[in-house]
Design a protein around this ligand. Structure first.
Ligand code: HEC
Length: 210
C-alpha cells in the first residue's frame, strides 16, 4: 500500500529552558520538485550523497503556510525508503526535545492508527462528539451500531474517515469544523477498534467487515 502525506516541520531543541534553541522550516525557501537534502545546507539523508532514494521532494501541492511542504511518498509496503536527517550540530545529552509538524491527512490517505495514545485520544473525541447518537459503547441509538460487522458506508479506514469528516445523508453530521484531520483519524481508528457489543442496535448495511 502506498502511503503519502505532506509535512510541515518545526523542531524545538532545548538543552535547558533558558537556553532553548529552536529551528523551524516551512520549506518555502526551496524549489518545488527539488530533493530537499540535495539542495539544502541544513537537511541530510542517512545515505550519502544526498539526493538518493531516501531524499524527499519539496512540493507546492499542499502547503499549510506559504507555498511549500514536503511530500513523503513511500514506494515500499512497509514504508520508506525516505529517511531524512536534521543534524543537531553536536552531541546533546541534556534537556528536552520536542518536534511539531502539521501533516496533511484526508479521506484519500488516512491510515489506521493502532498506538494506545491515539486510540485513547479517539475515545475522548468519541465521548465528546458521538455518544449522543451512537451510545457510549458505540452500540447504536439514533445512529447505527458501530461495533457490529455490518457497515452502510464501508469499514475501510478511508471510508470511515470520510463518513466522520463529511457526514452522510441520513443524519450523520459533518465534523470537518469540529475535529482536525488527526483527530478524525484517531476517532475513526477508535471506532474500528471497538469489539461487538451484545444486544446493540440491529445490523444495518451490506458491507460485511471481515
Ligand atoms: C446527530 C447524531 C449523530 C452524531 C452526533 C454522530 N453520528 Fe454518526 N451517524 C448518525 C446517523 C443517523 C448515521 C447513519 C447515516 C446514514 O445512514 O446516512 C451515522 C453514521 C455513522 C457511521 C457510518 C456507519 C456505517 O454503517 O457505515 C459512522 C462510522 C459514524 N456515524 C461515526 C460517527 C462518529 C465517529 C461520530 C462522532 C465523531 C458520529 N458518528 C457522530 C448520527 C450521528
Amino acid at each position: 500500500m502506498k502511503q503519502k502525506y505532506f509535512i510541515l516541520l518545526g523542531v524545538l531543541l532545548a538543552s535547558s529552558a533558558s537556553k532553548a534553541q529552536t529551528f523551524s522550516d516551512n520549506f518555502d525557501s526551496y524549489k518545488s520538485g527539488d530533493n530537499l537534502a540535495a539542495t539544502s545546507a541544513t537537511w541530510e539523508t542517512w545515505s550519502s550523497p544526498n539526493g538518493g532514494a531516501d531524499d524527499v521532494k519539496v512540493s507546492s501541492a499542499k502547503a499549510k503556510s506559504g507555498s511549500n511542504s514536503l511530500c513523503f511518498q513511500s514506494t515500499a509496503t512497509n514504508g520508506g525508503p525516505i529517511d531524512l536527517v536534521l543534524p543537531f550540530g553536536g552531541v546533546k545529552n541534556t534537556g528536552t526535545f520536542s518536534l511539531k509538524m502539521a501533516m496533511n491527512v484526508d479521506e484519500t490517505n488516512a491510515t489506521l492508527m493502532t498506538g494506545s495514545a491515539d486510540l485513547a485520544a479517539g475515545k475522548v473525541a468519541f465521548g465528546v462528539n458521538c455518544v449522543t447518537c451512537h451510545k457510549a459503547d458505540g452500540s447504536g441509538d439514533v445512529g447505527p451500531n458501530l461495533t457490529d460487522k455490518n457497515w452502510i458506508y464501508g469499514y475501510d479506514i478511508k471510508e470511515v474517515f470520510a463518513t466522520i469528516k463529511l457526514g452522510r445523508p441520513n443524519g450523520m453530521p459533518t465534523h470537518d469544523a469540529l475535529l482536525n484531520p488527526i483527530q478524525i483519524q484517531q476517532v475513526a481508528s477508535y471506532v474500528l477498534s471497538l469489539k461487538e457489543v451484545a444486544n446493540g442496535k440491529p445490523a444495518q448495511g451490506d458491507n460485511i467487515k471481515k
